[in-house]
Design a binder for this molecule. Structure first.
Ligand code: IMP
Length: 425
């Protein structure tokens, strides 16, 4: 089997969890390579629903190795909670989970700073998940971050924590009128987290490269999506990690020539959570309709997602940046009742028509969508089990997208169950 990278082609929440779950069956090792517990991957198996924030969805299959790569930031408290939740539902975590000893650790001051900064920004806020993601990656890049392995070394941990807490407390007191955090409380608690997580820690690049040389197949599970990527997303309304395909190599220690396929996942329409430009956003009535039919509320924060028409200008850019080899379309069934379906095929900026996604976010903020309209199929697709049984107008919609992007659409999802997936051979 090939080594596959799977990424979100929009602003996250594309329904990647279910697709990863399906692809996991044919992979030996599933790897998270970026982000943290800001992500929420929902997988439905029979009557059971699992929401995973940090551990790869592959954990729900027996005999798979699940890896948290060096590019991830880990809140140990949230990770331990997730491990316990899975164990209480009879999932074998201990023999399946490996965590890179190089991951950076989220501390209480990261979460606090995330919250304080967002509050102070007021209207200019990013709309973060307040999980401390940005401040933790900030420390990593500023070279004062603390890696998971350092929780096992009391002297090093104390020294680094003392430096960081001094600095953060000064910032919190002067800028945010907050008393700050206590070294003693955090130090003891995090030493204990280190002890509890030590059994999972490994040299992940070494483990993965040895596995490749033994012929094992790897599935890299992207979190968030292309337009939340720190470099290629709608900056500054992005997350702080590399959510595009290149991030899989950086965040795991596997070289690019070892990757065989890059699969992009896109919803049949578009959503985003938090602030930032969104040219094809619906007007209120359609927003309410699709939000409620598509259950468009964040799996991590419960926030209502902003919804809009499918934007193929955006997808064309995602295809280019990630080097997509194919696309998976999810939640097609959510459009079942729609009379006429619009697709955003270009943007109008002043009196110019733009066909490529702009790199200048000020331009994007002022873009108006240019739509093409396709007929809706007005039939229930959620119980269809073969691609060729889809209504012809639904197939026309899919083939329109495929032709525009010049990409094969290899799977179409029509519901949250594993069985509601139409695989095109
Ligand atoms: P942060 O990652 O918490 O810093 O949030 C930065 C931006 O990314 C905000 O707009 C969040 O709503 C968005 N975001 C982060 N994680 C996810 C996700 O898993 N799905 C969708 N949006 C996300």
């Amino acid at each position: 089997m090939a080594n596959i990278v799977l990424v979100g082609a929009q602003w996250g929440d594309e329904g990647k969890g279910k697709i990863i779950d399906i692809l996991s069956e044919k992979s030996d090792i599933i790897i998270r390579f970026q982000g943290g517990n800001n992500a929420g991957h929902t997988v439905v198996i029979g009557n059971e629903e699992f929401i995973l924030h940090l551990i790869p969805s592959g954990i729900l299959h027996s005999k798979k190795v699940c890896v948290i790569g060096n590019g991830v930031v880990v809140d140990p408290e949230a990770l331990i909670e997730e491990i316990e939740m899975l164990k209480s539902r009879d999932i074998d975590v201990d023999s399946s989970l490996i965590i890179s000893d190089q991951v950076h650790v989220i501390f209480p001051y990261h979460k606090l700073l995330d919250e304080l900064r967002e509050t102070k920004k007021g209207k200019a806020k990013i709309g973060t998940t307040k999980r401390g993601i940005g401040p933790c990656y900030g420390d990593k890049v500023s070279r004062c971050g603390i890696r998971l392995t350092e929780l096992l070394n009391p002297e090093v941990l104390k020294e680094k924590l003392a430096f960081n807490i001094d600095e953060k407390n000064a910032l919190m007191r002067t800028l945010y009128d907050h008393k700050g955090v206590s070294l003693d409380e955090i130090y003891g608690r995090y030493l204990e987290y280190g002890r509890r997580l030590s059994r999972y820690m490994q040299n992940v690049p070494l483990f993965l490269n040895k596995a490749i040389s033994k012929g094992k197949s790897l599935l890299f599970e992207g979190a968030q999506g292309t337009f939340l990527d720190i470099d290629h997303g709608t900056y500054p309304y992005v997350t702080s990690s590399s959510a595009t395909a290149g991030g899989a190599c950086i965040g795991s220690g596997v070289g690019p020539i070892k990757i065989d396929k890059v699969i992009g996942v896109a919803k049949a329409y578009t959503t985003r959570v938090g602030e930032g430009p969104f040219p094809a956003e619906f007007a209120e009535e359609m927003m309410q309709k699709i939000r409620s039919k598509g259950k468009e509320f964040g799996a991590t924060t419960g926030r209502p997602r902003r919804c809009g028409w499918l934007d193929v200008v955006l997808l064309k850019n995602a295809s280019m940046i990630n080097g997509l080899t194919e696309l998976v379309l999810t939640k097609l069934d959510v459009l079942d009742d729609t009379d006429k379906i619009k697709v955003c095929v270009a943007y109008r900026h002043g009196n110019r028509i733009i066909k490529d996604f702009p790199s200048n976010m000020e331009v994007l903020e002022n873009c108006r969508p240019v739509y093409e309209e396709l007929p809706g199929w007005k039939e229930n697709t959620s119980s269809i089990s073969k691609y060729r049984s889809l209504p012809s107008k639904a197939r026309r919609y899919i083939s329109y997208i495929s032709k525009f992007l010049k990409k094969r659409i290899s799977m179409v999802s029509v519901g949250s169950e594993r069985t509601q997936t139409l695989i095109r051979v």
